[in-house]
Design a protein. Structure first.
Length: 192
């Protein structure tokens, strides 16, 4: 396969519980494209097994807001309403694109819309659960959230599903490897 002289910006979104992270991991390990997951910045403290620069770029709230003020983020948001901020720094993404990499942003719908405003030619893929009933079943199956959290995620998911039309591709996630293969195929088509 010929490596592109410049890379591709790839946005992958979908509601919480749809299996985004699992699909992205499978995509990165099985697709024969120069894929690389973007590492987000966050103001939250690292968890025990997390490594700075690998899992996240851990920065102070002051540094985050300074970078935001200087327009250094492609997208950013306060997540889960607890005061922790997350964002995608633009410079590392551009550096990887210049090296011919396909940089994958696994981000929420609001972040995706921010990126698409700046980079409308990015490949955008929305991972769809099929319907809210299936999504609720998956969320309950994880057994990691309270009833209140599940209801809040379902409400957010309903709004996100309404935004799916903003994406170039909508892929229904029924089986992880098949979904990863479908996304890989879409990226190969758009890379030609």
């Amino acid at each position: 396969m010929n490596s592109p002289s410049t890379g591709k910006l790839v946005i992958i979104s979908g509601p919480s519980g749809v299996g985004k992270s699992t699909v992205v991991r499978k995509l990165l390990s099985s697709c024969q494209l120069p894929l690389e997951l973007s590492v987000s910045a966050t103001t939250r403290l690292p968890r025990n097994n997390e490594v700075d620069g690998v899992h996240y770029h851990f920065i102070s709230t002051e540094e985050f807001f300074e970078k935001r003020q200087n327009n250094e983020f492609l997208e950013f948001a306060e997540v889960f309403g607890v005061g922790d901020w997350y964002g995608t720094l633009e410079l590392p993404v551009l550096e990887r694109l210049d090296q011919g990499r396909y940089v994958v942003l696994e981000i929420d719908v609001a972040g995706a819309l921010m990126v698409l405003e700046k980079y409308p030619n990015a490949d955008s893929i929305f991972i769809h659960p099929g319907d809210l009933t299936e999504l609720e079943k998956r969320l309950r199956g994880r057994k990691t959230e309270t009833e209140e959290q599940i209801q809040r995620r379902i409400a957010v998911a309903a709004k996100e599903l309404e935004m799916a039309h903003h994406y170039q591709h909508i892929v229904k996630n029924e089986e992880i490897q098949a979904t990863a293969n479908q996304i890989c195929g879409l990226l190969k088509q758009t890379g030609e």
